[in-house]
Design a protein around this ligand. Structure first.
Ligand code: VTB
Length: 345
């Protein structure tokens, strides 16, 4: 799976990032998202694969493109037999977030990216559009920190695992009123908090890379983004745990309905029988092979953003593979018009 897809999925996230970056700073988050979705879908449909979207832009009725259940790739076309041998094809599941951090793009802020994760069929947890309590930490702290422990306890464990004092730790938390107590506790324990307005996928993954000066992600973000983060963390050997949040007392706005009972019913109808279960990275992305790709739209901790120049642009992407156990940073120059010096004589 990896050898054929690895290079192509770089182009998929690059195209989404390029499209979205044209809307950077224009204050129009929906457009920044729409163009990314369109570009991602178009490039994805040129790949020799039989793919199915398991995490996408929403259910079919809400989202015209890259909706959950949509089939993508050349081998899903009606005339697929002309291009693809059905016996040779692995069916794959895909989780996408073509513009992770639409507000960040719209307002020209750091940390947005186009991102996707791929695994064989059934290899990614089809997370419902709920919230998720998340804990991400570096590989050295994997399975030592625990989402069931208090932030204070986890910070002490992190400090021990990373051989430093608590005041040398930086924790990313999304700037939301629901995190008021969490932020106070982290600061009270002596660690430092980096507040972000959006984009917790980049925050989670940053924990796995030494030198980013990000040592943990704590708090509640969206569940689909949690699965995408888990896919990368599973490949990188980082710590990731997620627990679905369905109680409107904890998160009052956004993705979940106002009644706890109806939220629980919704989860049960999706086959989630233990709504309080804590999932780790290996459970959220349990496929044999997992691939992750992201391309910076605006500059971030891990990747540079899209930089346009006359008739071209430069992007930076990250491709992570469980199979080859690699994380590749890919720097690409895109030439929109064929430059004169390349023209044939
Ligand atoms: C979360 C987070 C994302 O949007 O989904 C957030 O996981 C929305 O949270 O990274 P709120 O409903 O509290 O605003 C992002 O920040 C960006 O998509």
């Amino acid at each position: 799976m990896e050898s054929t897809l690895g290079l192509e999925i770089i182009e998929v996230v690059e195209q989404a990032a390029l499209a979205s970056a044209k809307w950077m700073g224009k204050g129009e988050k929906d457009t920044a998202d729409e163009v990314a979705v369109e570009a991602m879908r178009e490039r994805m449909n040129q790949i020799h694969m039989r793919g199915r979207i398991v995490i996408g832009e929403g259910e079919r009725d809400d989202a015209p493109m890259l909706y959950i259940g949509e089939e993508v790739g050349i081998c899903t076309r009606e005339d697929a037999k002309n291009y693809c041998n059905p016996d040779e094809l692995v069916e794959i599941d895909i989780a996408v977030d073509p513009c992770e951090g639409t507000n960040l793009v719209a307002y020209g802020q750091n940390g947005s990216m186009a991102v996707l994760a791929i695994s064989e069929k059934g290899g990614l947890f089809a997370a419902p559009d709920f919230y998720m309590k998340k804990l991400a930490a570096p590989p050295a702290a994997k399975n030592h920190v625990d989402i069931n422990k208090t932030p204070t306890q986890n910070l002490q464990i992190l400090a021990d695992c990373l051989e430093r004092s608590i005041d040398e730790l930086v924790v990313i938390v999304m700037d939301r009123s629901r995190h008021k107590d969490l932020i106070a506790e982290i600061r009270g324990a002596g660690a430092r908090v980096r507040l972000i307005s959006d984009g917790d996928v980049s925050a989670a993954i940053s924990c796995a890379f030494a030198g980013t000066n990000v040592h943990a992600l704590m708090g509640i973000g969206a569940a689909p983004e949690g699965v995408i983060s888990a896919a990368a963390m599973r490949c990188l050997g980082g710590h990731f745990q997620g627990q679905l949040i369905y109680d409107p007392e904890i998160v009052k706005t956004g993705l979940i309905g106002e009644s706890k009972e109806s939220n629980l019913e919704r989860l049960a109808s999706m086959g989630i029988t233990d709504p309080d279960r804590v999932y780790n990275a290996e459970e959220l992305a349990n496929g044999e092979t997992v691939l992750f790709a992201a391309c910076g739209i605006t500059p971030g901790t891990l990747m540079q953003g899209v930089r346009f120049f006359h008739n071209g642009a430069r992007t930076q992407s990250l491709v992570i593979s469980s199979q080859s156990q690699t994380a590749r940073f890919v720097d690409t120059i895109h030439l929109f018009d064929r430059p004169k010096y390349l023209e044939l004589h």
